[in-house]
Write a protein that binds this ligand. Structure first.
Ligand SMILES: [Mn+2]
Length: 340
């Protein structure tokens, strides 16, 4: 492990804080139902950052979600002929923005495919997790999740989620259960004949194939080298081949790597996230790698992008949807989370 990541890991030794006295905790309707999703969203919006599911309810939800995710393979396959798929990139705790994407997906009865980095940075990761996992339990076919590098102990200890959970619950239980959940999240999704969707980048097709990825044990915190690290941490570069990354994890990969993986999988391109992009979406490698980033206002002027994949009469289309940052309940922030 690099010195830089060791430093990040060691920075987590902060003391427990008392829970915010103003937070009101409520029980989640159980078993989860479609009407319960609406009630949960309403309670969280009305709470403006001061209402959360109680610890017992949330832990029960996380554990149920984990059993669903554990049944999925490392790389999940979706068939676009079965309905639209909304690919959503980094959310980073921006709950009001997440709600807009959920509404956009619901309007088309689309599968939500969340491409990692759900937590950290903005202080409403718990709201996103609660709604996302509740919907997953209500209808697993409509919620797909790929893991991002922030779904790890290393990142959450440094970039806000651990602090958020401690400040809002005054307990490490929800945090520990979340870390366990993160290890159950699949690593990538193949939209059949269309795209490899993965948080960072592809594996190296010269040495690794899909079966090797399917055989990996994903129940680890978040490696910094090897095929799983490449998928969670890597970024594209303009020249062929691979190079070490300044992130000290994963690699930089060139257009030949993108082309090789597309050939290997019979897909037209790679949809990845992991990097802020001014318009919400950007494409490199002659169209083979598209970055979708869904946390608007981080630069602070970037838009949030979503890719809506639909089967049409003569093929599959990928329509970009672009969003400015919501006003949201930013004024109600109670937790000092990250500085980018
Ligand atoms: Mn990332």
């Amino acid at each position: 492990m690099s010195q830089r990541l060791l430093d990040e890991t060691q920075s987590q030794a902060t003391p427990l804080e008392a829970p915010d006295k103003q937070v009101k905790y409520f029980s989640l309707q159980w078993p989860p139902t479609a009407s319960g999703v609406k009630e949960l969203v309403t309670a969280l919006i009305d709470g403006q950052g001061f209402a959360l599911p109680d610890i017992e309810s949330l832990v029960r939800l996380i554990r149920r979600a984990r059993t669903i995710l554990d049944r999925r393979s490392n790389v999940v396959t979706l068939d676009p002929s079965e309905g639209p798929i909304a690919v959503i990139g980094d959310l980073h705790g921006q709950f009001p923005d997440f709600l807009r994407y959920m509404v956009a997906a619901d309007e088309e009865d689309a599968v939500m495919l969340i491409n990692g980095d759900i937590v950290d940075r903005d202080p409403f990761s718990l709201e996103i997790l609660a709604v996302l996992l509740y919907r997953l339990v209500v209808d697993p076919r409509k919620v797909m999740i790929n893991r991002g590098n922030h779904e790890s102990g290393k990142c959450t200890a440094r970039y806000g989620f651990q602090r958020e959970v401690r400040a809002r619950y005054g307990s490490d239980l929800v945090y520990e259960e979340s870390l366990s959940l993160f290890q159950s999240i699949p690593i990538a999704t193949i939209v059949h004949g269309t795209a490899l969707v993965v948080h960072g980048g592809p594996w190296n097709p010269a040495t690794v194939d899909l079966q090797t990825i399917q055989d990996l044990d994903r129940h680890v915190d978040c490696p910094t080298t090897g095929p799983m690290a490449d998928m969670l941490w890597s970024d594209p570069m303009p020249t062929d081949g691979t190079q070490p990354s300044a992130r000290a994890a994963g690699v930089m990969y060139g257009p030949d790597v993108s082309a090789g993986v597309c050939r290997q999988l019979g897909v037209k391109g790679i949809i990845r996230s992991h990097q802020v992009t001014p318009e919400g979406l950007s494409t490199v490698h002659e169209g083979l790698t598209t970055t979708v980033f869904s946390a608007p206002g981080r630069l602070p002027w970037n838009r949030g992008g979503v890719v809506m994949i639909r089967q049409t009469g003569d093929g599959v289309e990928a329509q970009p949807l672009l969003f400015k940052r919501t006003q949201g309940p930013d004024a109600a922030r109670t937790v000092q989370c990250c500085v980018m």
